[in-house]
Design a protein around this ligand. Structure first.
Ligand code: C2E
Ligand code: CA
Ligand code: CA
Ligand code: CA
Length: 283
């Protein structure tokens, strides 16, 4: 729901200069965020619906400027992508996440799932960097999931898309899994499914959340169809944004393998994860 909802010519914001200044100020602040220690990672559990155990932990970036309030990732990630800062931020996040998640994997068998931006995938050194970081921390490649979105491919040429496809295949031969994030929000999701080498579909919450209680039968039909499609392609599925026990019950009934959402846990700081892993399974 992120990028699509942004209306740059909103009636309530006639002063575009202020918006531009705000953007420039954020970009300047973001340039120093890592060295000033303003970045942290939070982690949200992905639940195995059959057992109630934690299947994976998704790393989500947080930025709190020293003098200010937290800036939401939906605001600073696009700025980081446009300015190229995402290469530095993404590298920091990946290394930090692998550092945090290695003991969780060794004690609880949980996987780590990390969001990757298109810029990172355009870097030919990316696979080497990832494999090298895994090796240095002794985290096996099968414990790492990289989340990509189809929107990162929108502006690419066929040659570039081919290069990214090859890069993803290369990572997969090493055992790293690829998840297609926000599935169901794009315009060409099904077309991408045919070409992209992926292991996991993350179903966007807009797909499985009934807008009103009356829409429940339709939501059920959509959810059932998408789970069947995913399974018939041999893919694993994670349903995002599960907020109510009703949603979880429906997903269990339909045999959804994995889910994530506020019902189970919001993203929490790394020091909370140990306790969380000890207090599961979830109901
Ligand atoms: P995403 O990857 O789709 O992450 C899921 C977002 O949904 C997270 O927002 C999470 O806090 C939120 N969420 C989780 N459960 C629920 C729920 O039950 N209900 C609702 N309404 N929301 C839920 P967050 O942390 O604000 O991140 C927003 C987006 O920023 C992410 O969407 C991702 O696209 C991007 N992002 C975050 N961290 C990184 C990163 O390290 N690298 C990159 N490239 N992007 C990142
Ligand atoms: Ca994600
Ligand atoms: Ca998502
Ligand atoms: Ca999203």
């Amino acid at each position: 729901a992120k990028a699509h909802g942004k209306n740059h010519t909103t009636l309530f914001h006639p002063d575009l200069r202020t918006a531009h200044l705000h953007h420039t100020t954020l970009a300047t602040g973001l340039r120093h965020a890592r060295t000033r220690g303003e970045l942290t990672l939070h982690y949200q559990p992905v639940i195995d619906l059959a057992t109630g155990t934690t299947h994976a932990l998704e790393a989500l970036l947080r930025w709190t400027p020293t003098a200010g309030r937290p800036i939401p990732p939906d605001v600073f990630i696009p700025i980081a992508e446009n300015t190229g800062l995402i290469t530095d931020l993404g590298h920091w996040a990946l290394t930090q996440a692998i550092t945090d998640a290695t003991p969780w994997h060794h004690h609880h068998g949980t996987a780590l799932t990390v969001n990757i931006s298109g810029r990172q995938l355009r870097d030919p050194a990316f696979p080497h960097t990832v494999l090298d970081t895994l090796a240095r921390h002794h985290l096996p490649p099968h414990a790492l999931i990289l989340e990509i979105t189809e929107s990162m491919l929108l502006a690419t040429t066929p040659t570039e898309t081919q290069r990214i496809t090859t890069l993803l295949s290369d990572l997969r031969t090493h055992g790293i899994r690829i998840a297609l994030d926000d599935f169901g929000t794009g315009y060409s999701s099904l077309a991408y499914l045919r070409t992209l080498p992926v292991d996991i579909l993350k179903i966007d919450r807009s797909f499985t959340t009934p807008p009103t209680a009356a829409d429940h039968p339709q939501t059920r039909a959509f959810t059932k169809a998408i789970l069947e499609l995913s399974a018939s392609l041999g893919l694993d599925t994670i349903v995002e944004g599960v907020e109510t026990p009703d949603q979880a019950a429906l997903l269990r009934q339909l045999g959804a393998p994995h889910a994530q959402g506020y019902l189970f846990s919001p993203p929490v700081p790394a020091p909370h994860i140990d306790e969380l892993l000890h207090t599961t399974p979830w109901q």
